[in-house]
Design a protein around this ligand. Sequence first.
Ligand code: UD1
Ligand code: CA
Length: 456
Amino acid sequence: MTQARFAAIILAAGEGTRLKSARPKVLHEIAGQPMVRHVLDALAPLNPAQTIVVAGQGMDAVARAVAPATIAIQSPPRGTGDAVRAARQALSVDDAVTDILVLFGDTPLLRTETVAVLLEARHGRGDVGVAVAGFRPADPAAYGRLVLDGDGDLIRIVEAKDAAPAELAIGLCNGGIMALEAHRALPLIERIGNDNAKREYYLTDIVALARGAGMKAVVAELPAEELLGVNNRAELAAAEQLLQQRLRARAMENGATLIAPETVWLSADTRLGRDVVIEPNVILGAGVTIADNVRIRAFSHIEGATIASGAIVGPFARLRPGAMLEADVHVGNFVEVKASRLGVGVKASHLTYLGDSDIGAGTNIGAGTITCNYDGFNKSRTVIGERSFIGSNTALVAPVTVGDGAIVAAGSVVVDDVPADALMLGRGQQVNKPGRAAKIRARFEMKKEAKKTAAE
Ligand code: UD1
Ligand code: CA
C-alpha cells in the first residue's frame, strides 16, 4: 500500500478541558468504543513498525484501552510538540524506518486509506521533511491554519490563537496528522520553543524548522469529515453521527435491511449477516454478532450478544452480555436475557427474565417466567432441558435444574430439581366454595342499606 516503513505516535495526554469530564478525552466513546481505539484500528492494516501512545500521568485506563501499544508518559502536558518528545525515548528508529507518523487520539474518524495518502505525500517529489494532513472544515474555528507559498508548499502552521486576521481567513486547516522524515526531520522536535499564546510546545512549529533546515513541507488535502477533532461534547455527538452513518451504509452494503437507518445505532464491532432485517429504533451496543436471516424488531436493545440464523428478537427485547441465541429462537416483547444460552428453536415470547441459564432446544418458556438468579449474595444458574414446557408466571429459584421433556405448571415456584418427563405443580391448591361469593355480596349490600336509612 505504501513504501513507508513507519513508527506511529498517537498523542493522548491532553486533559480535554473543553469536555469538562473526569475521564481522559480519548476514552470518550463513539460507536461503543473509545476514540483512541478507532485511531489504532485505522492504523493497524498499515502495519506500523511500532505504535506508541502518549498518555498523561495516572491515565492507567488509557494504557488499558490501547493495549498492547507501548505507552509513553508526558507529565505535565505542555503541548503537542512536547508530547512527541515524550515518546522519543520509547522509539527505536533504525535505518529501515523511514517515517514517524504523528496522530491525535481525538480524531476518531480517520480511515486507513487516508493515512496511506499522507504517507505517500511524504514520499513525494523533492526532499520532503514533513507532510501534513490539510482539510477545509465548514467552520475553521480553532484549527491551526496552513500557510502556503506560491508553489503550494507549506511555509508554516499558525495556531488560531496566534494568527493575524489575514491568516485566520485561510480556509485550509491542520488536520493534526503529520508524517515526519525519521532521521533528519524528527530530531528537529527538540528545537521547538513555547513562545506563543498558550505557552505550549507546538508540534506544528516543526514545519518552519524543517524548511529552515533545507527540507520541504507539503500538504495532503484530505476529506474534512475524517479529520474532525473532538474537543467538546457537541463535537463528540457530531463524530458519533458521522460514524453511525458510515456503519449503517456498510451494514446495508453487506446485505442487511435497515428499515429506518437513521434510527438504528450500531457499534464499530457490530457484525451482521445477510438478509438481516433491523426494524426502526434498535440499539446494538458493543460485541454483537447477528447471523443470516435474523429479524430484530423495533425498540430492541442488544449488547454483547450472539444471535444465530433465523432468530426473531423483539419488539422491545433486551439482550445483555453473554446472551447466546441459537438458530430459530424467538425472543418476544419485554423479555430480558443475560449470560444465557437459548438452544435451537427456544421460544420466550413475553415478559420474561432469563439470567445465568441454559435452556435446551425446543423448550417453551411461558409469559412471566423469571429465573431468580440472585439471592443478594451469589448468582446461581438455572438449567432447563430440551423440549420442556415452563408454564406462565413460573419462578425458577436457582440453582435449579429442570429435566428434558418436563412440564412445569403455570404459577409454580420451582425450588427443587424437576426430573425429565415429570409434571411439576408448585403452587397453592385451588379451593372453590359454591355460592359463597353471592352470599358475601348480599351481606355487604344489607349493611350499606342499613347505613343509608340511619343517616336519613
Ligand atoms: C491541534 C493542532 C491544530 C490542529 C488541531 C487538529 C497543535 C499545536 N495544534 O490543536 O493545529 O488544527 O489539533 O485537530 O498541534 N496532547 C497531548 N499532550 C499535550 C497536548 C495535547 O498528548 O500536551 C494530545 C491531546 O490529547 C489530543 C492531541 O494531542 O489528542 C491534540 O491536542 P489538542 O489540545 O486537542 O489540540 P488542538 O487545540 O485541537
Ligand atoms: Ca483537538
